[in-house]
Structures are given as C-alpha cells and as structure tokens.
Design a protein around this ligand. Structure first.
Ligand code: SF4
Length: 293
C-alpha cells in the first residue's frame, strides 16, 4: 500500500478550479500528481452527466461560459506553464508554502466542473496542448484525462485518446461502485452501469489505466463488504480479460461538499476497503488518499 498522508498543506486543501480571471485553466497542487497539475476545465458551464453525491461543484451558481475557445485555453495554459517555470506561481497564494520537492509541474489534466469527454472539442484541445508542449520542447509533462468513464468509446474521445497516449498520456477512470444499485445511489446518473463497466474494460484492454474510486460515508454508512466484493470482482474480471490496470487510487471526500450527508471515511476504513480488494486482486497496486478532516 502506498499511503498519501501529506494532506495538510493549504494548497492541497485549496482545489478551486480557478485562477485570477481565467475561464478554463487553473493550477492545483495535486496529491495524486505529487506536484503541480495544470487543469483545463472543459465544462466551464458546470454541466455534468453524473450528479455524484460527493461532487464539490456548486451548481447553484451559474458557470462562467458555455463555449470553448481554443485560443484562450492555449493562452491560459501557456501563461500558467510560464509561471511554474519562472517560479512566480510560488509567490502567490495558496502555493507559497509548498515544499521544494512538490514545486514541479507534473501534468496537464483534462478535468473540470463536469465531464470533460462530453466536450465535442476535446480532441482539438488535446491537439492544441500537444502542439504547445512541443513548441516549448517539453517532453516531460504528462497529459491526464480524469473521466467518469461514460464516453470512452465515443469517436471523438477515441480520437483524443490516440493523440494523448502518443504524448505521455494517462487515463484515470472513475469506478465508485460494484453494484448497479450503489452506483445509482452515489453517482446519480442515467448512464447505465453496464456501459461504464464495458467502457473501462475495452479502454484498459487498449491502454494502461488507473482506476480511481471515491468511497465515502453516505447517510452515515460506509460501503458494505458485499459492495466492495462486487467492485473487486469487476477488477478481477477486467484483468482476466486482458485489462492493463496500473493502479487503483482509493480516495475519499477531502473538502466540503454541497451534500452534507457525504463525508470522509477514516484511514482505518479506507485500509479495510483496501484489504477487501486485495483479497480478490492481490497483485493490484493500491494508493490510498486520506481526506483532510
Ligand atoms: S463526475 Fe465529477 S464533476 Fe461530475 S458530478 Fe461526479 S464528481 Fe462532479
């Protein structure tokens, strides 16, 4: 088990997807990236095809805009890359206090206030960012897609993934449940659970992927042993069918959410879930990320 406990830095707690007057790009200190991640919010309108009980996005206030400007995204990302490179980012809050070993750019992440793969311009943005990195002779920064796994087989997403995976791409796929009932309860979506499972299996047969699973206390209850067994059974089947699962990230609620009944699990509870998963998939590398509470 790899346990990520360095969670008390102000910058780790501050995951606002905004930077000054930018509409799309934002810097975060990411525990899972172990450094700076420049996010690109492909859903500035805050529209998502999931409605997870733990979602931090406050949808009671309107989004910034609903269009995608390739020119503006590229300009904003370039400005942030400059700020990381010349160190000026670390003179601004909340990045002042971060230790030197975390003062590194790890990735550019396609994420945001909704599901990035619902954006039809997604492959165009990936191509623009790839071109930008090439023009800066940057051969280190990763490109990460953080997705709810609902659209992985859509043609424009297949197209985007091909570009990403040829350019240090990583895919982080959400899977928060083992059964259809729990999935419906936690992710609150009309996308069928079977589709999510199929998408994950097919994509991970093609590319190495990271599964990211948020487990939480919901209405006072932690996921049951039966739920986690079903979850682990899916992972076991994926591996048996040729999936390349690089790692499982188990994390929990880290910041306040609009749903007050969605709260963090304790480290002991997260480790119990890890133990249950490992009983079925003992070879799977698991990383645990505690909440900040
Ligand atoms: S998929 Fe992500 S953005 Fe969409 S509701 Fe869930 S947590 Fe929020």
């Amino acid at each position: 088990m790899n346990l990520m406990t360095n969670s008390r830095l102000e910058a780790h707690r501050d995951h606002r997807r905004e930077w000054q007057n930018f509409d799309y790009a934002y810097p975060v200190l990411s525990r899972r990236s172990k450094g700076i991640s420049v996010g690109i919010n492909l859903n500035p309108d805050k529209v998502c095809n999931f409605d997870c009980v733990y979602c931090e996005v406050n949808r009671k206030t309107p989004g910034k805009r609903s269009d995608i400007s390739l020119t503006q995204i590229t300009q904003e990302v370039e400005e942030l890359l400059d700020l990381v490179e010349n160190g000026l980012l670390y003179e601004a809050n909340p990045f002042r206090d971060i230790p030197s070993h975390l003062r590194r750019l790890n990735d550019i992440a396609f994420s945001g206030d909704g599901e990035p793969t619902t954006c039809q311009e997604f492959p165009l943005v990936v191509q623009e960012i790839t071109n930008l990195l090439k023009s800066r002779n940057d051969s280190k920064t990763k490109l990460i897609l953080i997705t709810d796994s609902s659209n992985l087989l859509a043609p424009h997403v297949i197209n985007a993934l091909e570009i990403m995976m040829a350019n240090r791409g990583e895919v982080w796929l959400k899977l928060d449940a083992g059964t259809n009932e729990y999935y419906k309860e936690i992710n609150r979506t009309h996308v069928p659970f079977e589709k999510i499972l199929h998408n994950i299996e097919r994509t991970s047969q093609r590319y190495p992927v990271t599964i990211q699973s948020l487990f939480l206390r919901w209405n006072g209850l932690i996921p049951t042993r039966e739920e986690i067994d079903s979850f682990a059974n899916h992972l076991q089947r994926f591996i048996r069918n040729g999936s390349q699962l690089q790692a499982l990230q188990i994390y929990t609620v880290a910041r306040p959410t609009p749903e007050l009944n969605a709260t963090a699990l304790t480290l002991k509870e997260l480790k119990l879930i890890e133990k249950w998963v490992l009983e079925r998939v003992p070879s799977l590398p698991i990383e645990i990320y505690e909440g900040n509470a």
